[in-house]
Design a binder for this molecule. Sequence first.
Ligand SMILES: Cc1cc2nc3c(=O)[nH]c(=O)nc-3n(C[C@H](O)[C@H](O)[C@H](O)COP(=O)(O)O)c2cc1C
Length: 375
Amino acid sequence: MKERKTDLFTPVSLGPYELPNRIVMSPMTRSRAGDGGVPTSLNARYYEQRAAAGLIITEASQVSLQGVGYPFTPGIHNDDQADGWKIVTNAVHSRGGRIFCQLFHAGRISVPALQPEDELPVAPSPVAPEGEAWTPGGMVTYGTPRALERGEIDMAVEAFRRASEFAVVAGFDGVEVHAANGYLPDQFLQSGTNQREDGYGGPPEKRIRFVLDILGAVTGVWGADRVGIHISPGNPFNSMRDSDPERLFTTLVEAVSPLGLAYLSVSEIDLADPGTFKEANYNAGLNEITGKLRQLFRGTYITNGGYDASSAGAVLSSAWTDLVSFGRPFISNPDLPERLRTGAALTPLDPATLYGGGEKGYTDYPFMSEKNPGP
Ligand SMILES: Cc1cc2nc3c(=O)[nH]c(=O)nc-3n(C[C@H](O)[C@H](O)[C@H](O)COP(=O)(O)O)c2cc1C
C-alpha cells in the first residue's frame, strides 16, 4: 500500500464541505434527550464542546416512534424535535463545526414497553434477538418481533424520507443512514434476521434493497453528497449473523459506490465482545472483508473502531482510509482533536455515566487547557 503525507490534521473535502481535520466524532447514544425525544440545551452544550471535530455524527435518532430502541433517546420525526435539534446545530455551527444526524430505526432491538401502544417491535422476519432491553421500568427480555408486511416496508422507507426533511429544518449539514450494529436496515441486510421470500429477502441482491430504497429516499431530500452510510460487517452485536458476509457486503458496497454519497463509514469493532471492545485493537485493515470493501468503494471512506493517535496516523499515511472516527475517546475528551495534535494524555471515560442522567459524565469532562475551557 502506498505511503502518503496525510495525517489527522490534513484538511479534506467531504461532499460539499471542506473539513479542517480528518477526525470524525462517531455516533453515540447517550440517552439524555428531553421529554418526547426533544433535544435540549444540555445536548447542545455536549455537541458544542466537541465542535473541533472535522465532522460530528449525532447519536442514533429515531425516524419514527416505532423506531425507538432505547429510553431517553432523541427523535427526528416531528416539529418539536426539529426545533430541539436546531439548538444543537446552531451551537455547533457557532463554533465552526459541522454536524450530520444519524437516522435510526431499532427494528427488533426494542420491546413493547418502548413502542407506541405497547405493540410488538417490527423486523424483516420473526426472529428474536438474545438479551435484554433497558426500559424505564427495568430490564426486559427481547421477544419475537412482528414481520413487516410488504406495504409497511414502504412506510418505513417513508419515515426515513420524512426524517430527512426534519433534519433539513433542524439545520443539519447532512444525514447518515444507520445500517450498522443490528438495527432495522442491518436486519434486512443479514440472512440471520431476514428470512423473507418477497423482493426484500433471499439472495444478497434482494436483501440490500431496503437499504437502497432508504438511500434513494434520503438522497432525494438531501442530494447524495450530503448523505453518508454506516455499516458494520461481521459485528455480531445484537445477535447478528450472515451466511456469507463477504458476498453480502461486497454486493452492498458495489451497489452503493456509484451513488456518489458523502462517505461510507465502516465500523470494525466487535461490539458484542466486551474484551475486544475494551482493548479496542480491532482496527481497519485487519479484517479481510473490509479490505475488499475499501477497494470497491470509490468515494470518501471513514474507518472506526479502537483508534488512538498512533494507529489513526498509521492508517491515514498508508492511504487505507480518508478519515478516522473516534467514539469513546470523544466522550471523555471534549477537546480530543487538540489532545491528538499535541500528544496529550486522554482522560479515561466513566462507564457508569454512559447512558442516562445529566451533566455528570456528559458535559463535565475537563478540557486540557484552562485557558480554553470550552463552551
Ligand atoms: C456509549 C456508546 C453509544 C453508542 N451509540 C451508537 C449509536 O447511537 N450509533 C452508532 O452507529 N454507534 C454507536 N456506538 C458505537 C460507536 O459509534 C463506535 O463505533 C464504537 O464506540 C467504536 O469506536 P471507538 O473504539 O472509537 O469507541 C456507540 C458506542 C458507545 C460507546
